[in-house]
Design a protein around this ligand. Structure first.
Ligand code: 5GP
Ligand code: ZN
Length: 118
């Protein structure tokens, strides 16, 4: 899929409306439309990167920014102290639906252990 047809690229361009949480030059964060927990945020790079398998050396900083901002967002939303889960699904076996890399920040409730989605 090219970035032209990508749902998350459309979200970044404002062509699809979301509930935005945070934005900087590299990343955009918004609420998941089908939340799996009381807090469910998606943190995405503004650059179209299809999955972990497409990452290049120069994307390391953006990925670091996504992780750092996840921690900051968790603090701002008041879920950091009790804890939360970060998840990047990759490919078919990982259950990735949207081919634009995204970090799930899931929290606000006691989450399951093991390999379950939440
Ligand atoms: P994946 O399964 O690829 O890891 O996660 C994709 C996530 O994107 C899902 O949790 C799904 O609910 C969310 N999602 C898909 N389309 C939209 C949309 O148009 N708006 C928002 N806010 N979330 C979306
Ligand atoms: Zn995209």
């Amino acid at each position: 899929m090219s970035s032209k047809d990508c749902i998350f690229c459309k979200i970044i361009k404002g062509e699809i409306k979301t509930d935005p949480i945070f934005e900087n030059e590299n990343i955009f964060a918004f609420r998941d439309i089908r939340p799996l927990a009381p807090v469910h945020i998606l943190i995405i790079p503004k650059k179209h990167i299809a999955s972990m398998n497409e990452l290049g050396e120069k994307d390391k900083l953006v990925l670091g920014d996504m992780l750092f901002c996840a921690g900051e967002i968790a603090k701002n939303l008041g879920i950091a102290e009790k804890g939360y889960k970060l998840l990047i699904r990759t490919g078919l076996n990982g259950g990735q639906e949207v081919p634009h890399i995204h970090l799930h920040l899931i929290g606000g409730a006691r989450l399951s252990e093991g390999i379950h989605p939440v």
